[in-house]
Write a protein that binds this ligand. Sequence first.
Ligand code: ZN
Length: 445
Amino acid sequence: MKLYNTLTRKVESFKPAGDVVKIYTCGPTVYNTPHIGNYAAYTYWDLLVRALKADGYEVKRVLNLTDVGHLTSDGDEGEDKLEKGARLSGKTPFEVAEYYSKIYLDDYKKLEFLPADIVARATDYIREDMEAVDLMTKNGYTYETRDGVYYDTSKFPSYADFAHLDLSGLQAGARVGFSSEKHSVSDFAVWKFIQPGEKHAMRWDYLGRPGYPGWHLECATIIHKELGEPIDIHTGGIDHIPVHHTNEIAETYAAWGTKLSRFWLHCDFITIDGQKISKSLGNVYTLEDLEAKGFSALDYKMWLLSGHYQGTRNFTFESLEAAKNRRTAWRARIAACYQKPVETEGNFTKVLEAVNDNLNSAEACAIIDNSILSLNDWRQIDELFGLGLIAGTPDVSDEVYDLIHERDEARKNKDFAKSDEIRNKLEKQGILLKDTPDGGIWYYL
Ligand SMILES: [Zn+2]
């Protein structure tokens, strides 16, 4: 497999370091209702895992749920997103996290994502976070201020390398309003102290005061505990590169003296009708919103897979309709394979080759559109994409099969009343018919 590695800014040939491919995915902050844009990354990383499995690798993948410590700004300012969600909804932060985690995990099922081997909640790793801060401090990478323990980025000379940051430019740009006791604008909190009078329901005693971990730390500690660094592939969105991933790398080096990951994959955002997804623009669609308009979660997954993970994708309902039609057409072709087996060998290989070329799912879809495929090819395609193609298009009972043939006969004899009667009867059972030169083929609603 070839993958674009953010670390080297090149497409490189990928092989795991050991027997198992160790993958970590930065997961969601579970404080509000997820919109469709939140699922783009997980669709692409689902494809990554499925492709590695199709290539014969064993995969161990960890996904985290951020249920504490993610402030509203990346610059250690603002309110904790969970606390804010709790304040707005009148729930406790724990209830907020539980409520939205369930929505995410239910939606993942609808989208037929392979479950991660470990779903790690940040709040389950607080002790490990403290141990990591202890190590960073022991190794000379931190300093304490009134509001937290900070990472001294000047102690890590390659801090700017991963994101190609211009630190002197950042420093100059941040003079105005840079009021904290941080030594440098790029320094960041590994642990935050709760100030007297500050309301923060999630709190743990550390260094003699109540506090909570800085956001980036959870990923470093979860990886250290569950996978062991360096891992093979770390995934996230491009917005994670300059702060979150840069800081994870710095923390790992400071605590354990190791490299965090060999490969880094980042996907781009999606826009809606050419605009950023935002509440003020009224374009925040959920999977439920799409369902209300007649599109399933898997139609949306089909839409995502019709493009490339590294490009900005522009979502429109017209393009979603095209994706839905493509998925329906594929299911109709599968139904046709049940009725009249297609004999061909090896066309799935071409599909897999396209995906192995830096996850080029757009090219893979075009190959599927234009290739003759057997039922066996389709089974492997469904395994690779997780689009519910086969399950939604099962073989039918003998009784239904006989009815379809009875209808074909009626059509041949121009008995359209009988033909329509059978069609309606089948439709009531959720079975749709499509007429082809070889007779009616079926698929399920
Ligand atoms: Zn992360």
